[in-house]
Design a protein around this ligand. Structure first.
Ligand code: DX5
Ligand code: ZN
Length: 215
């Protein structure tokens, strides 16, 4: 059984409330919100006013993924949304340990995300402090990209490292997740699957979520 966190990046922004309500009625576990700043990644998505609007209607915990430089500036804003998970990129944080402590001090789950080229070994010292590690299985910035194959082995390596360090961190995977890659990822040790285009591009998004959850 995997947890599923559908990415609202693939929602219809002209009908955001409708899509949020659809997810409320579905079996999804979290709402995955992708924030992009045009600096850390080559795209801009949405920011706090839009997320506040979504949070107002959302009936599931928010899983906020910050693809921005200096994410430590926004810990309080993310907390004010009522977010459950705050994901920051390893590559965006010079003082990662401090940011993680700040997130936890606000009562949120601290998640650290790795780009495809960043080895899981960089987290060895900090893993016991983390509530979640997210692996990017595409280069961040866009929905609908192709799954990077080596993410499967990387997931296994992360699972081993989590066990070895006695960490309680959940393993979340983001990018190119569909029925096929989702199954392989869960076998490799993933706990949470993010899915954007697979869910919102499906004929029946609720059914797609149900399927991914059953993996
Ligand atoms: C990519 C985002 C993802 C994206 C996933 O930068 O972090 O969350 O929405 O989209 P799919 O599932 O279509 O790859
Ligand atoms: Zn994401």
């Amino acid at each position: 059984m995997a947890m599923v966190s559908p990415s609202l990046l693939s929602a219809d922004f002209g009908n955001l409330q409708r899509d949020v309500e659809m997810l409320n009625q579905s079996e999804c576990d979290w709402f995955h919100l992708d924030v992009m700043d045009g600096v850390f990644v080559p795209n801009i998505s949405f920011g706090f006013p839009v997320m506040q609007a979504m949070a107002q209607h959302a009936q599931k915990p928010l899983d906020v993924h910050l693809m921005i430089v200096q994410p430590e500036k926004f810990v309080k804003e993310v907390k004010a949304l009522g977010a459950k998970v705050m994901n920051v990129h390893y590559e965006a944080c010079t003082h990662l340990h401090r940011v993680v402590q700040q997130i936890k001090a606000e009562g949120m789950m601290a998640g650290v995300t790795l780009n495809p080229h960043t080895p899981v070994s960089v987290l060895e010292e900090i893993l016991p402090d983390l509530d979640l590690v997210m692996l990017m299985s595409v280069n961040p910035g866009f929905g609908g990209q192709r799954f990077i194959e080596h993410s499967l082995d990387k997931t296994k390596r992360l699972r081993d490292l989590v066990e070895r360090t006695g960490s309680k961190a959940l393993i979340e995977i983001d990018g190119g997740v569909n029925r096929e890659t989702g199954k392989l990822l869960v076998e490799a040790g993933a706990d949470v699957l993010v899915a954007g285009s697979a869910v919102f591009g499906a004929k029946d998004p609720a059914e797609e979520i149900k399927f991914l959850r059953s993996l």
